[in-house]
Design a protein around this ligand. Sequence first.
Ligand code: SF4
Ligand code: SF4
Length: 438
Amino acid sequence: MLKLIKEAGVVGAGGAGFPTHVKADSQAEIVIVNGAECEPLLRVDQLLMVHEAPLLIRGLKALVQVTGARRGIIALKKKYQEAIETLTTHLEDGLELFVIDDYYPAGDEHVLVYEVTGRAVPQGGLPIQAGCLVQNVETVINVANAIDGKAVTDKCITVGGEFTARQTVRVPVGTSYAAVLDALGMSDLTGKVAINGGPMMGAVVSDWSTPVTKTTKGILVFPEDHSLVQEKMLSSHEVFRLARAVCVQCRYCTDLCPRYLLGHQLEPHMTMRGIKYSLADMEPNPSVFLCTECGLCEQYACIFGLSPRMVNSQLKKIYTQAGMKPRPAKDTTPIPMWEYRKLPVKRLISRLGIEQYNQPAPLTDLVIQSDLVVLPLKQHVGVPAEPLVAKGQQVTRGQQVAKVPEGKLGAAVHSSISGTVEDVTDRIVIRANGGGGR
Ligand code: SF4
Ligand code: SF4
């Protein structure tokens, strides 16, 4: 089963991109399907749980079997009523639903494991250290497809934001953002940018030729002068300058930090203090490696709009370049205030100023035809895949075009259309022979 998952190129589709054949090669007590989808505006997982329920159940059963788990649980939010009703009719012995409230970041693996099992994942550790394997909804569906011999060729994404025809669609991996938006009737992108993923953790993309990858969750179109975009576009120099000038050490960022509340030794206000007094230059602070960059401190907690998230992110890069490693995993005990400081997504949406975009984005059967796909050789955690094709070669949809290098962590890549290989560099470019290539 693991071999089939590896051959199909399955990786964490929720954004992490960790190769699934490696993650699932473990002994677990509980397999948890992460159906929390806590990023505002994204609809992928909640819709797939309705429309692909039988496949999801098959994928979950496969993961329960391969890990030797006793239980398989689909964790999803109370507000996903249609998914709850649909999945309930498909559940089998040994599989359960676990319903959670609508707060951010309910989809954080450490948060989800604690919510579902009451077990605290060690800080700096992985859910498997608490006996749990956590996989995103679309990943589990891809596992079921892999067992049927189907490789990952398409990605389900929500196309939304300032875009009236909001919908959730399946697109061939490698299709450009511009081609997706054009197919949905939005060709004038003047004054707009995209946020790749959700508004909290997603990055701003202004190059419309950027391809959809196996980890893209959404293309959210925003006016480039939207406050959310402006904040994400701040340079690290400006973020550090503001931190030094403005932080009043109120510690709201720490008091609301989900990882701090789970008992991790992460106190963003202390990192900001270090920046303020230039202590970070003198005494490296390894706690920054515990930051998941969920953005809650930056987008909600700090009344001045400062960004401990970006400070942590920059310090991680600086420390990694200097050879520093995260501390080993350590047992933690969540603090009692955790229960009372869960941030309702509704309140977060209001704070982000995105209420007008918080609309349904139904899953449609629209088949997006791609004339050209660009397949990066690294769409996953690990080393880039090794090309198996050369310029000028004909390939068919589903054909493996790059493999995992021997003995390395990585994922295979498959052609998402039928056509001719136009270029092979750190990406494989394939042009359809005609008729969109599918
Ligand atoms: S919430 Fe803002 S002002 Fe308060 S300690 Fe954190 S970064 Fe500083
Ligand atoms: S981004 Fe902020 S709130 Fe989120 S884990 Fe990091 S420090 Fe905590």
